[in-house]
Design a protein around this ligand. Sequence first.
Ligand SMILES: Cc1cc2nc3c(=O)[nH]c(=O)nc-3n(C[C@H](O)[C@H](O)[C@H](O)COP(=O)(O)OP(=O)(O)OC[C@H]3O[C@@H](n4cnc5c(N)ncnc54)[C@H](O)[C@@H]3O)c2cc1C
Length: 381
Amino acid sequence: MDFSYPSEVEQFRAELRDWLSANLTDELVAARRPAGRDDAAIELLRAWSRTMADAGWAAVSWPREYGGRGATVLEQLIYTEETTRARAPMPLNVIGMNNIAPAIMQYGTEDQRTALLPRMMRADDIWCQGMSEPEAGSDLAALRTRAARDGDDFVVNGQKIWTSLGHRAHWCQLYVRTDPEAPKHKGISCLIVDMALPGIEVRPLVTLNGDTDFAEVFFHDVRVPADALLGPLNAGWQVATTTLSHERAGAARLYAEMQVRLEELVDDIATQSGALDDPVILRRLGEIAVRIKYLEVLCQRSISATLHGGDPFASASLAKTVWGEIGQDMAVLAFDVLGTGGANAAWANYRLSSRSLTIAGGTTQINKNITAQRVLGLPRK
Ligand SMILES: Cc1cc2nc3c(=O)[nH]c(=O)nc-3n(C[C@H](O)[C@H](O)[C@H](O)COP(=O)(O)OP(=O)(O)OC[C@H]3O[C@@H](n4cnc5c(N)ncnc54)[C@H](O)[C@@H]3O)c2cc1C
């Protein structure tokens, strides 16, 4: 969809494009989808975070006092489109920057903000987010990891699972139960936990494709200082809601990323097989292109709601579902045509990792429930 943007926004785009073309190397482009995140890949991404931070491009939506640019929603949209289309790597601390930082800005003390945010932006510290547990995923409010106050500390016991970067992290935004007697949404608090504290045990998890991107994290009598509380005691649900609503603000990445993947798939099919002459393959590619256009409209609708005071969350939930399904269907098509060796196995890798697209950040079924209620206005039961 074509929009005419105000000249100052186009100026912002031009500046960013110039900077990216001067600083984004082929090595960094290749690092955006590493086959396994080894130490070298982590260091490269950390260096990229620092380069972006030094130039003021790491966190454009953040206020200037924390190293951002105070960018408008339109500038954030341009930023997301341009960095995605230029094939820049996502920040190493992507969950930290998009989900945890907004909660620290809204609920943190000034000490927490100034000590934590600049180091997060530069990836000096790596962050993880401890929400999911074996019996609490979609139903986050069922979480059981317990934090009991004892003197100047909380004593934490329990287990988290699927914690992205848990095995690399210096800090964890941890959701814990602080009032077991209260209704389940009202007895949760959020702690900022130093992952080096005694009693924390991290067990990396290996995914289908052999990567180690997340971990199980166990807490055995971990003494967390009381000033690690983020937001009021027992207000963790509000903190989590802030976090989740920010996760959906970068909707432009959904369609921009799929557009880039489709371009890459067409290039790889053209260079590695003769299948671009096959009308069945062409039809399948065409269907995906049309669905990406639909995804773009959904995302623009969500962004428009952000700008004009509507409900951005409703169409963003639907967009998340559509994005996941497009990614999975594109991975199947790529695998059908290119097999295990396509683009040096990158497509086979995506065939496996794309299974998570409809789970991470909210499952398709949960997002369909949200669509039913908030877009279609259907009753909850
Ligand atoms: C790649 C990846 C990275 C992740 N990173 C993190 C992380 O960093 N931190 C973190 O805390 N978590 C993380 N997660 C976990 C993720 O948030 C959960 O997997 C997700 O919330 C679903 O929870 P679950 O796996 O327990 O599934 P469940 O909630 O047990 O769901 C199982 C199935 O039941 C369906 N279902 C559940 N409830 C309903 C309902 N009410 N109506 C209809 N269907 C329903 C679900 O859609 C799903 O199909 C990650 C997951 C993935 C795949």
